[in-house]
Design a protein around this ligand. Structure first.
Ligand code: SF4
Ligand code: SF4
Length: 350
Protein backbone atom coordinates (compact mmCIF):
# COMPACT_ATOMS: atom_id res chain seq x y z
CA UNK A 1 0.00 0.00 0.00
CA UNK A 2 1.01 3.61 -0.55
CA UNK A 3 1.54 5.80 2.53
CA UNK A 4 1.71 9.52 1.74
CA UNK A 5 3.28 11.02 4.84
CA UNK A 6 2.87 14.79 5.20
CA UNK A 7 5.88 16.29 6.97
CA UNK A 8 4.53 19.86 7.20
CA UNK A 9 1.81 22.13 5.87
CA UNK A 10 4.46 24.73 4.99
CA UNK A 11 5.68 25.41 1.46
CA UNK A 12 8.59 27.55 0.24
CA UNK A 13 6.91 28.48 -3.06
CA UNK A 14 3.59 30.11 -3.96
CA UNK A 15 2.78 28.52 -7.31
CA UNK A 16 -0.47 29.81 -8.73
CA UNK A 17 -2.06 26.33 -8.84
CA UNK A 18 -2.44 26.00 -5.09
CA UNK A 19 -1.06 29.23 -3.61
CA UNK A 20 1.49 27.69 -1.22
CA UNK A 21 1.34 26.65 2.43
CA UNK A 22 -1.68 25.15 4.16
CA UNK A 23 -2.87 27.19 7.17
CA UNK A 24 -1.24 25.85 10.37
CA UNK A 25 -4.59 25.15 12.00
CA UNK A 26 -5.57 22.84 9.12
CA UNK A 27 -2.21 21.12 8.49
CA UNK A 28 0.24 21.88 11.33
CA UNK A 29 3.71 22.89 10.14
CA UNK A 30 5.30 20.32 12.46
CA UNK A 31 4.32 16.72 13.17
CA UNK A 32 2.00 16.50 16.18
CA UNK A 33 1.64 12.74 16.65
CA UNK A 34 3.89 10.07 18.14
CA UNK A 35 6.07 8.64 15.36
CA UNK A 36 5.67 5.16 16.89
CA UNK A 37 2.03 5.16 15.80
CA UNK A 38 3.19 5.72 12.25
CA UNK A 39 5.79 2.98 12.62
CA UNK A 40 3.27 0.42 13.88
CA UNK A 41 0.87 1.11 11.01
CA UNK A 42 3.45 1.11 8.23
CA UNK A 43 5.34 -1.94 9.48
CA UNK A 44 2.12 -3.97 9.51
CA UNK A 45 2.12 -3.56 5.72
CA UNK A 46 4.72 -5.83 4.07
CA UNK A 47 4.34 -3.91 0.83
CA UNK A 48 4.64 -0.37 2.16
CA UNK A 49 5.73 2.45 -0.14
CA UNK A 50 6.30 5.63 1.88
CA UNK A 51 6.24 8.91 -0.02
CA UNK A 52 6.97 12.16 1.84
CA UNK A 53 4.50 14.89 0.99
CA UNK A 54 3.53 18.36 2.17
CA UNK A 55 3.24 21.38 1.93
CA UNK A 56 6.79 21.02 0.76
CA UNK A 57 8.18 17.93 2.53
CA UNK A 58 11.76 19.24 2.50
CA UNK A 59 10.69 22.08 4.81
CA UNK A 60 10.88 19.44 7.56
CA UNK A 61 13.96 17.32 6.74
CA UNK A 62 14.41 16.30 10.40
CA UNK A 63 11.17 14.36 10.33
CA UNK A 64 12.12 12.62 7.07
CA UNK A 65 15.39 11.54 8.71
CA UNK A 66 13.57 10.36 11.82
CA UNK A 67 11.10 8.27 9.82
CA UNK A 68 13.77 6.78 7.55
CA UNK A 69 15.90 5.92 10.60
CA UNK A 70 13.08 4.28 12.56
CA UNK A 71 10.48 2.84 10.22
CA UNK A 72 10.83 -0.21 7.98
CA UNK A 73 9.33 0.17 4.49
CA UNK A 74 9.78 -1.56 1.16
CA UNK A 75 10.12 1.60 -0.84
CA UNK A 76 10.86 5.29 -0.15
CA UNK A 77 10.09 8.39 -2.14
CA UNK A 78 9.16 12.05 -2.08
CA UNK A 79 6.96 14.52 -3.93
CA UNK A 80 8.85 17.79 -3.88
CA UNK A 81 8.97 21.13 -5.69
CA UNK A 82 12.68 20.40 -6.08
CA UNK A 83 14.04 23.62 -4.55
CA UNK A 84 15.38 22.62 -1.11
CA UNK A 85 16.90 19.29 -2.15
CA UNK A 86 20.18 20.04 -0.37
CA UNK A 87 18.44 20.23 3.04
CA UNK A 88 18.29 16.43 3.14
CA UNK A 89 21.70 14.76 3.54
CA UNK A 90 22.95 12.70 0.62
CA UNK A 91 22.88 9.41 2.54
CA UNK A 92 19.10 9.71 2.82
CA UNK A 93 18.71 10.61 -0.83
CA UNK A 94 20.70 7.52 -1.76
CA UNK A 95 18.10 5.43 0.09
CA UNK A 96 15.16 7.02 -1.78
CA UNK A 97 13.81 4.92 -4.62
CA UNK A 98 11.91 7.68 -6.35
CA UNK A 99 11.66 11.48 -6.39
CA UNK A 100 8.79 13.29 -8.09
CA UNK A 101 9.83 16.83 -8.95
CA UNK A 102 7.33 19.50 -9.95
CA UNK A 103 8.10 21.02 -13.35
CA UNK A 104 5.61 21.92 -16.05
CA UNK A 105 7.69 21.61 -19.23
CA UNK A 106 9.73 24.33 -20.93
CA UNK A 107 11.38 27.03 -18.82
CA UNK A 108 8.94 29.85 -19.62
CA UNK A 109 5.90 27.67 -18.91
CA UNK A 110 7.30 26.41 -15.60
CA UNK A 111 8.53 29.77 -14.33
CA UNK A 112 5.30 31.56 -15.26
CA UNK A 113 3.34 29.46 -12.74
CA UNK A 114 5.97 28.46 -10.18
CA UNK A 115 8.25 31.51 -9.99
CA UNK A 116 11.29 32.91 -11.78
CA UNK A 117 14.32 30.65 -11.75
CA UNK A 118 12.42 27.56 -10.57
CA UNK A 119 12.94 25.59 -13.79
CA UNK A 120 16.74 25.85 -13.68
CA UNK A 121 16.97 24.77 -10.04
CA UNK A 122 14.64 21.80 -10.53
CA UNK A 123 16.55 20.56 -13.59
CA UNK A 124 19.85 20.90 -11.70
CA UNK A 125 18.50 18.98 -8.73
CA UNK A 126 16.90 16.29 -10.92
CA UNK A 127 20.31 15.71 -12.46
CA UNK A 128 21.92 15.53 -8.98
CA UNK A 129 19.36 13.00 -7.74
CA UNK A 130 19.56 10.86 -10.86
CA UNK A 131 23.34 10.66 -10.41
CA UNK A 132 22.76 9.43 -6.85
CA UNK A 133 20.68 6.57 -8.25
CA UNK A 134 17.24 7.97 -7.41
CA UNK A 135 14.59 7.41 -10.07
CA UNK A 136 13.31 10.84 -11.13
CA UNK A 137 9.79 11.64 -12.28
CA UNK A 138 8.83 14.99 -13.78
CA UNK A 139 5.48 15.86 -12.26
CA UNK A 140 3.75 18.43 -14.44
CA UNK A 141 0.68 20.56 -13.85
CA UNK A 142 -0.81 21.34 -17.25
CA UNK A 143 -2.70 24.58 -18.04
CA UNK A 144 -3.77 26.49 -21.14
CA UNK A 145 -0.15 27.70 -21.54
CA UNK A 146 1.03 24.18 -22.22
CA UNK A 147 1.47 22.51 -25.56
CA UNK A 148 1.39 18.98 -24.16
CA UNK A 149 3.47 17.50 -26.98
CA UNK A 150 6.16 20.18 -26.70
CA UNK A 151 6.30 20.16 -22.89
CA UNK A 152 6.58 16.38 -22.56
CA UNK A 153 9.09 16.04 -25.41
CA UNK A 154 11.15 18.82 -23.86
CA UNK A 155 11.27 17.11 -20.46
CA UNK A 156 12.17 13.77 -22.05
CA UNK A 157 14.94 15.44 -24.08
CA UNK A 158 16.67 16.77 -20.94
CA UNK A 159 17.83 13.28 -19.98
CA UNK A 160 17.42 13.96 -16.25
CA UNK A 161 13.92 12.51 -15.83
CA UNK A 162 13.27 8.77 -15.99
CA UNK A 163 9.52 9.19 -16.26
CA UNK A 164 7.12 12.00 -17.09
CA UNK A 165 3.68 12.41 -15.56
CA UNK A 166 1.09 15.20 -15.75
CA UNK A 167 -2.18 16.32 -14.27
CA UNK A 168 -4.57 18.81 -15.78
CA UNK A 169 -5.17 22.02 -13.86
CA UNK A 170 -8.91 21.48 -13.79
CA UNK A 171 -11.68 21.61 -11.19
CA UNK A 172 -9.31 22.23 -8.26
CA UNK A 173 -8.62 25.73 -9.67
CA UNK A 174 -10.68 28.65 -11.05
CA UNK A 175 -12.75 27.86 -14.14
CA UNK A 176 -10.97 28.66 -17.42
CA UNK A 177 -11.79 27.95 -21.06
CA UNK A 178 -10.68 24.35 -20.75
CA UNK A 179 -12.98 23.01 -23.44
CA UNK A 180 -11.62 25.21 -26.25
CA UNK A 181 -8.01 24.48 -25.31
CA UNK A 182 -8.62 20.75 -24.85
CA UNK A 183 -10.07 20.24 -28.33
CA UNK A 184 -7.83 22.68 -30.20
CA UNK A 185 -4.51 21.97 -28.45
CA UNK A 186 -4.46 19.25 -25.79
CA UNK A 187 -6.14 16.30 -27.50
CA UNK A 188 -4.36 16.89 -30.85
CA UNK A 189 -1.11 17.04 -28.83
CA UNK A 190 -1.99 13.75 -27.12
CA UNK A 191 -2.48 12.11 -30.54
CA UNK A 192 1.00 13.29 -31.61
CA UNK A 193 2.50 12.10 -28.34
CA UNK A 194 0.89 8.68 -28.68
CA UNK A 195 2.28 8.50 -32.25
CA UNK A 196 5.75 9.18 -30.86
CA UNK A 197 5.27 6.67 -28.03
CA UNK A 198 4.25 4.00 -30.56
CA UNK A 199 7.09 4.81 -32.98
CA UNK A 200 9.57 4.26 -30.15
CA UNK A 201 7.79 1.06 -29.15
CA UNK A 202 8.14 -0.26 -32.69
CA UNK A 203 11.90 0.17 -32.16
CA UNK A 204 11.68 -1.82 -28.95
CA UNK A 205 11.75 1.13 -26.54
CA UNK A 206 9.03 1.87 -23.99
CA UNK A 207 9.07 5.58 -23.22
CA UNK A 208 8.03 6.07 -19.61
CA UNK A 209 5.10 8.41 -20.11
CA UNK A 210 3.05 7.54 -17.03
CA UNK A 211 -0.46 8.53 -18.24
CA UNK A 212 -0.02 6.15 -21.21
CA UNK A 213 1.72 3.35 -19.33
CA UNK A 214 -0.84 3.34 -16.52
CA UNK A 215 -3.74 2.89 -18.94
CA UNK A 216 -1.98 0.23 -21.03
CA UNK A 217 -0.91 -1.64 -17.91
CA UNK A 218 -4.53 -1.63 -16.66
CA UNK A 219 -5.53 -3.30 -19.92
CA UNK A 220 -2.95 -6.08 -19.75
CA UNK A 221 -2.62 -6.58 -16.00
CA UNK A 222 -4.68 -5.19 -13.15
CA UNK A 223 -7.72 -3.04 -13.83
CA UNK A 224 -8.43 -0.22 -11.40
CA UNK A 225 -10.98 -0.85 -8.64
CA UNK A 226 -11.14 2.85 -7.87
CA UNK A 227 -9.16 5.97 -8.76
CA UNK A 228 -5.77 4.95 -10.14
CA UNK A 229 -3.91 6.93 -7.47
CA UNK A 230 -5.36 4.42 -4.99
CA UNK A 231 -6.95 7.14 -2.82
CA UNK A 232 -8.73 5.55 0.12
CA UNK A 233 -8.24 1.88 -0.81
CA UNK A 234 -4.61 1.36 -1.96
CA UNK A 235 -3.29 4.65 -0.65
CA UNK A 236 -3.71 6.70 2.51
CA UNK A 237 -2.35 10.09 3.51
CA UNK A 238 -1.22 10.86 7.04
CA UNK A 239 -1.65 14.51 7.94
CA UNK A 240 0.72 16.10 10.44
CA UNK A 241 -2.00 15.98 13.10
CA UNK A 242 -2.30 12.18 12.77
CA UNK A 243 -5.51 12.11 10.74
CA UNK A 244 -5.64 9.46 8.04
CA UNK A 245 -7.10 10.82 4.79
CA UNK A 246 -8.02 9.17 1.52
CA UNK A 247 -6.52 11.99 -0.57
CA UNK A 248 -3.57 14.19 0.45
CA UNK A 249 -5.06 17.45 -0.80
CA UNK A 250 -8.43 16.90 0.89
CA UNK A 251 -7.19 18.20 4.24
CA UNK A 252 -10.35 20.16 5.09
CA UNK A 253 -12.97 17.78 3.71
CA UNK A 254 -14.86 15.45 6.04
CA UNK A 255 -15.57 12.88 3.30
CA UNK A 256 -11.81 12.25 3.04
CA UNK A 257 -11.30 11.33 6.71
CA UNK A 258 -10.78 7.59 7.16
CA UNK A 259 -9.85 7.87 10.85
CA UNK A 260 -6.61 8.50 12.71
CA UNK A 261 -3.37 6.59 13.25
CA UNK A 262 -5.11 4.95 16.22
CA UNK A 263 -7.78 3.44 13.98
CA UNK A 264 -8.93 3.96 10.42
CA UNK A 265 -10.95 2.13 7.79
CA UNK A 266 -10.28 1.89 4.06
CA UNK A 267 -13.07 2.49 1.51
CA UNK A 268 -14.98 -0.70 0.81
CA UNK A 269 -16.31 0.43 -2.56
CA UNK A 270 -13.71 2.80 -4.00
CA UNK A 271 -15.29 3.24 -7.45
CA UNK A 272 -17.39 6.44 -7.40
CA UNK A 273 -21.08 5.74 -8.03
CA UNK A 274 -21.06 8.08 -11.06
CA UNK A 275 -18.63 5.70 -12.75
CA UNK A 276 -20.25 2.33 -12.17
CA UNK A 277 -21.76 2.07 -15.66
CA UNK A 278 -18.92 3.76 -17.51
CA UNK A 279 -17.30 1.75 -20.29
CA UNK A 280 -13.89 3.11 -19.19
CA UNK A 281 -14.15 2.41 -15.47
CA UNK A 282 -11.50 -0.34 -15.50
CA UNK A 283 -8.93 2.04 -16.99
CA UNK A 284 -9.91 5.23 -15.22
CA UNK A 285 -11.42 4.25 -11.87
CA UNK A 286 -13.11 7.64 -11.50
CA UNK A 287 -10.12 9.81 -12.44
CA UNK A 288 -9.87 11.79 -9.18
CA UNK A 289 -11.82 11.29 -5.97
CA UNK A 290 -11.27 14.90 -4.94
CA UNK A 291 -12.84 16.39 -8.05
CA UNK A 292 -15.70 13.86 -8.01
CA UNK A 293 -16.59 15.06 -4.49
CA UNK A 294 -15.83 18.74 -4.78
CA UNK A 295 -17.12 19.74 -8.25
CA UNK A 296 -15.83 23.34 -8.11
CA UNK A 297 -16.74 23.72 -11.77
CA UNK A 298 -20.33 22.52 -11.27
CA UNK A 299 -22.06 19.74 -13.16
CA UNK A 300 -21.40 21.25 -16.55
CA UNK A 301 -17.67 21.70 -15.80
CA UNK A 302 -17.45 18.15 -14.53
CA UNK A 303 -19.00 16.83 -17.74
CA UNK A 304 -16.65 18.86 -19.93
CA UNK A 305 -13.62 17.38 -18.15
CA UNK A 306 -15.13 13.92 -18.24
CA UNK A 307 -15.71 14.07 -22.02
CA UNK A 308 -12.05 14.99 -22.46
CA UNK A 309 -11.00 12.11 -20.18
CA UNK A 310 -13.04 9.68 -22.27
CA UNK A 311 -11.55 10.95 -25.51
CA UNK A 312 -8.09 10.70 -23.95
CA UNK A 313 -8.74 7.07 -23.03
CA UNK A 314 -10.07 6.28 -26.53
CA UNK A 315 -6.87 7.67 -28.06
CA UNK A 316 -4.58 5.62 -25.82
CA UNK A 317 -6.62 2.42 -25.96
CA UNK A 318 -6.91 2.59 -29.77
CA UNK A 319 -3.29 1.38 -29.86
CA UNK A 320 -3.79 -1.79 -27.85
CA UNK A 321 -4.08 -4.10 -30.90
CA UNK A 322 -0.84 -2.71 -32.31
CA UNK A 323 0.85 -3.26 -28.95
CA UNK A 324 -0.38 -6.87 -28.87
CA UNK A 325 1.22 -7.41 -32.28
CA UNK A 326 4.53 -5.98 -31.06
CA UNK A 327 4.45 -8.35 -28.09
CA UNK A 328 3.65 -11.30 -30.37
CA UNK A 329 6.52 -10.37 -32.71
CA UNK A 330 8.89 -10.12 -29.74
CA UNK A 331 9.66 -6.42 -30.31
CA UNK A 332 8.72 -5.64 -26.69
CA UNK A 333 8.03 -7.80 -23.65
CA UNK A 334 4.59 -7.77 -22.06
CA UNK A 335 6.16 -7.59 -18.61
CA UNK A 336 7.83 -4.26 -19.47
CA UNK A 337 4.37 -2.70 -19.75
CA UNK A 338 3.47 -3.46 -16.15
CA UNK A 339 3.00 -0.27 -14.13
CA UNK A 340 1.69 0.14 -10.60
CA UNK A 341 0.95 3.84 -9.90
CA UNK A 342 0.88 3.31 -6.13
CA UNK A 343 4.59 2.43 -6.20
CA UNK A 344 5.34 5.89 -7.60
CA UNK A 345 2.43 7.90 -6.18
CA UNK A 346 1.25 8.93 -9.63
CA UNK A 347 -2.41 9.35 -10.59
CA UNK A 348 -2.26 7.98 -14.17
CA UNK A 349 -5.38 9.72 -15.54
CA UNK A 350 -4.58 13.38 -16.26
S1 SF4 B 1 -14.29 8.36 -17.66
FE1 SF4 B 1 -15.53 9.58 -16.23
S2 SF4 B 1 -17.32 8.34 -15.79
FE2 SF4 B 1 -15.77 6.97 -16.67
S3 SF4 B 1 -14.68 6.08 -14.94
FE3 SF4 B 1 -13.56 7.93 -15.58
S4 SF4 B 1 -14.38 9.60 -14.32
FE4 SF4 B 1 -15.81 7.88 -14.18
S1 SF4 C 1 -5.86 12.08 -8.17
FE1 SF4 C 1 -7.41 13.16 -6.94
S2 SF4 C 1 -8.01 11.68 -5.37
FE2 SF4 C 1 -6.05 10.99 -6.20
S3 SF4 C 1 -4.50 11.88 -4.86
FE3 SF4 C 1 -4.76 13.28 -6.59
S4 SF4 C 1 -6.28 14.78 -5.88
FE4 SF4 C 1 -6.42 13.00 -4.50
Amino acid sequence: MLWLVLTTGKCNLTCDYCGGSFPKEIVPWGVKYDINKLKVNIERDPNATVIFYGGEPLMNPKFIIQVMDNVRAKRWGIQTNGIAVRLLPEIYWRRMNVALLSIDGREEVTDKHRGKGVYKIVVKHASYLKKLGVETIARMAVTQDADIYEEVMHLLSLGVFDKVHWQLNVIWSERWDFERWAYSSYLPGIRRLVDYFMSEMRRGKIVKIVPFLGVISAHFFKRYRGVACGAGYDSVSISTDGRVLSCPIAVREKWAELGTLDSFKLLEEPLPKECRNCEFKDYCGGRCLYTIHERYWGEEGFKVVDDVTKEYLRIVLSRVDEIKELIKEGVIRLEDLRYDPTEDSTEVIP
